[in-house]
Design a protein around this ligand. Structure first.
Ligand code: FES
Length: 64
């Protein structure tokens, strides 16, 4: 499995969405809201287990 911090890391296994895809979507669309991020990338729309990680990623990218 790829390192959690790598772009290839599958942050949402349910939907097969990688960390890199989520990062790009957050930057490109300036997403600050988890719901919007889920709608945009399709990540987090099944079991919901990755939502906490998605939320963290939003803060990581926009928060500093
Ligand atoms: S791991 Fe993302 S919805 Fe299940």
């Amino acid at each position: 499995m790829a390192d959690r911090t790598s772009r290839e890391y599958v942050i949402c296994p349910c939907r097969g969405v990688t960390r890199g895809e989520v990062e790009d979507a957050i930057r490109k669309n300036r997403i600050t809201d988890l719901k919007v991020l889920c709608q945009t990338t399709n990540a987090g729309t099944k079991c919901g287990g990755c939502r906490e990680d998605l939320e963290k990623l939003i803060h990581e990218i926009l928060g500093n």
